[in-house]
Design a protein around this ligand. Structure first.
Ligand code: AMP
Ligand code: MG
Length: 330
């Protein structure tokens, strides 16, 4: 499939009746069905996610949150349901949801091929799990989703001209893991200046992604690059028990996750460090005081994963009703 010009969307009618769109949405549907089967068999309960609330994920920097008037109170539309996932572990120890997110990303990101203003996450959280158990779970889940989708949708992949050999390869070996510190060293060897204290920039991600032949994990991001809910390492202060899954072939980040900060004093300390006012988080902190379980979890960007699996030029092609940053569309 070829994308039209930068930041230009086809008319909704043309997009929705395009055989390419149909094939891509079939791929997305197969990925979701397969994820639901895998997670149900592993004992997860699917919950319907909240759409609005007094607070949302403060970790999504660079994008604007959306306020709504909720009976005279200023509420947010969810930019991610992370805090609600932690709360929901009081119902079941293993939960997931397919959650809509809205983030008003800067208009200049409309052309990156990776940004939507509205997207969905497959959001998973496991009580009692350590970071590395979450990493293992993402790997098994993604391999399962891709394996079943590739096996079931030969015609659709042919129609959109996606060579599935790269994906078959993905299902045949472990995903490589490197720490953020190792990633920085590798980048510097390749002449790319990357700070040890910051999130990997896009050029860095693209460089690592281009050298990989299957998705890979980067772990232990530095403090300051993530929200307060990513737990700081006890043994390596300044490093978070976090991870990203990055796709090969230049598609970039697919998923972020971490072990979570769960004790009241740690959460307050991390909120202060990340510039968040604890007063805004009343309901959440009340729950934390009563006790929320230790947990790990992650969110896979569904349109991003679909883009990679289907081999699309741009992420908007993986949405029936795409919303590009700064572009007015239905
Ligand atoms: P984050 O919490 O920012 O790490 O987002 C979780 C996942 O959602 C990322 O790993 C991406 O796969 C996906 N994602 C984040 N922002 C966007 C966006 N603007 N458009 C599409 N997908 C996104
Ligand atoms: Mg991320």
């Amino acid at each position: 499939m070829t994308a039209p010009g930068a930041a230009v969307l086809p008319s909704p009618g043309r997009h929705l009746s395009d055989p390419g769109t149909r094939a891509v949405l079939r791929v997305q549907n197969a990925l979701l069905l397969s994820a639901r089967r895998f997670l149900a068999e592993a004992g997860f309960v699917e919950l319907l996610p909240p759409i609005s609330g007094p607070v949302t994920d403060p970790g999504a920097r660079g994008s604007k949150q959306v306020d709504i008037d909720y009976y005279g109170h200023r509420y947010k539309l969810m930019s991610s349901v992370i805090l609600y996932k932690q709360a929901a572990l009081r119902t079941f120890p293993k939960i997931f949801c397919v959650a809509p997110n809205i983030r008003l990303e800067p208009p200049e990101t409309a052309d990156t091929g990776r940004h939507l203003a509205e997207f969905h996450q497959l959001d998973v959280e496991v009580a009692g799990a350590r970071r590395d158990e979450a990493v293992q779970l993402v790997e098994e889940l993604v391999v399962h989703m891709v394996r079943e989708t590739v096996a079931d949708l030969t015609e659709q992949f042919a129609l959109i001209d996606r060579d599935v050999r790269a994906l078959t390869h993905l299902t045949q070996g472990a995903f490589h893991r490197m720490t953020h510190t190792e990633a920085v060293a590798r980048l510097r060897e390749n002449g790319h200046e990357q700070s040890l204290d910051a999130e990997l920039d896009w050029a860095a991600e693209a460089l690592l992604s281009a050298k990989a032949d299957r998705p890979f994990f980067v772990t232990d991001y530095p403090k300051g690059s993530r929200g307060f809910y990513d737990r700081e390492s006890r043994t390596e202060p300044g490093r978070l028990r976090s991870f990203d899954l990055i796709a090969p072939e230049g598609y970039g980040e697919l998923c972020s996750g971490s072990e979570r900060t769960h004790s009241y004093p740690e959460i307050i300390a991390r909120m202060r460090e990340t510039g968040e006012n604890p007063k805004k988080y009343g309901w959440y902190l009340d729950l934390v005081r009563e006790g929320i379980p230790r947990s790990s979890g992650f969110g896979i960007g569904i349109e991003r994963l679909t883009r990679y699996v289907a081999g699309l030029d741009a992420v908007w092609q993986a949405s029936a009703f795409p919303k590009l940053p700064g572009v007015v569309s239905p």
